[in-house]
Design a protein around this ligand. Structure first.
Ligand code: MTE
Ligand code: MO
Length: 349
């Protein structure tokens, strides 16, 4: 199904595939079949009927919620962009280990579900509660561990309040599909998508930061600066723009043409997008469509191509906090957060 929908498949077990870059700017949201897929393990088979979300730990009333009970709570919808922290990894030089993503491990959907805070309020937080662990139903064997590990991630309560996280059961108006987390997943707006735990079965409220494998051992930037290692956790998505049109190698007729793409940032809305053609000074593109806090922004620049020959298109986004893109993102050992300026080579004929 994923191949038919036009996903570029990296592996079948686990199922990993990315959206093609020209497909990125189709609309405000990505059709579900073309939404990139990133799985660390086999897709768990959770029946909707006997599924329960358990909420325990430092709470007044431990809960076990069925999907029916979750559906009976107030529903919210949010358009949110998810980007894999490894998106663009294959472009790091020297090469780094890990899934060799091109630029299409990013997509946007309208997610519908229940606000995480609402469910936590129902459970009632006990004094001292500061951290949450989110457990997925999937597990498997990883390097350096004898026993299989679960897919688990943590967030502090402060981080949850800042992000307005959602427990989502629908994607673009359809029931979540098994590869995207059926029947329930976490959506953490603004964060790299590793935080958005799929097949969520358990939330544990604690006073201890999560030390799970995918929290403590992966998803850290390891920079080498002046011969020293520096580390920081992978959290909010870096500001980034991608060009969907023209596509790499495309022939464009002379005359008016539209340069198009998408831009997003985990830190705030996109404030401007600039385009440069064959090294010309940056020209501001028009931002198209609604501005949403945690969803990508489409952009467009109509320009006149007078001369035939090679055409290099570059694009650079800036967000409301003033963050912008570097020429080359800083290399790091596991290849996360690559937001180097995107450049496309086309030709005017
Ligand atoms: N339970 C679980 N949740 C998960 C993952 C996973 O392997 N297992 N992968 C994470 C990563 S790294 C990404 S990029 C996103 C991908 O979400 P998608 O497949 O719906 O695009 O899910 C995140 N949530
Ligand atoms: Mo990811």
């Amino acid at each position: 199904d994923a191949v038919e929908a036009g996903l570029l498949i990296h592996s079948v077990n686990p199922l990993n595939g990315e959206t093609s870059v020209p497909d990125l700017a189709g609309g405000a949201v990505m059709p579900n079949g073309r939404f990139y897929l990133r799985n660390h393990f086999d897709i768990p088979n959770l029946g909707g009927d006997n599924y329960r979300l358990s909420i325990g730990g430092l709470v007044e009333r431990p809960l076990k919620l069925s999907m029916r009970e979750l559906h009976n709570l107030h529903a919210e919808s949010q358009v949110v962009t998810l980007e894999c922290a490894g998106n663009g990894r294959s472009l790091f030089d020297p090469a780094v280990p890990g899934e060799a993503w091109g630029l299409g491990a990013v997509s946007t959907a309208e997610w519908t579900g229940v606000r995480l805070m609402e469910v936590l309020e129902r459970a009632g937080l006990r004094a001292g509660a500061t951290e949450l662990t989110f457990r997925g139903a999937d597990s498997g064997v990883v390097d350096g561990h004898d026993a299989p590990v679960r897919f688990e991630r943590g967030l502090s309560l402060d981080q949850i309040r800042e992000t307005d996280a959602l427990l989502a059961y629908e994607m673009n108006g359809e029931t979540l599909s098994p590869p995207h987390g059926y029947p329930l997943r976490l959506i953490v707006p603004g964060w790299y998508a590793v935080a958005s735990v799929k097949w969520l079965t358990e939330i544990v409220v604690t006073d201890q930061p999560c030390e799970a494998y995918y929290q403590a051992e992966k998803y850290w930037y390891h920079w080498v600066r002046n011969g020293h290692d520096e580390r920081a956790q992978v959290k909010l998505m870096n500001v980034r723009a991608l060009i969907s049109s023209p596509e790499e190698g495309e022939n464009l007729p002379r005359g008016d043409t539209a340069i198009r793409g998408v831009a997003w940032s985990g830190a705030g809305n996109i404030s401007r997008v600039d385009v440069s053609l064959n090294g010309s000074p940056w020209r501001e593109a028009r931002l198209v469509g609604e501005r949403r806090r945690s969803a990508w922004q489409r952009w467009e620049l109509i320009t006149r191509l007078e001369e035939t020959g090679p055409l290099t298109v570059r694009v650079r986004a800036t967000d409301m906090t003033g963050r912008t893109q570097p020429e080359h993102a800083e290399w790091n050992r596991l290849g996360y957060g690559n937001n180097s300026i995107h450049s496309v080579a086309a030709r005017v004929i």
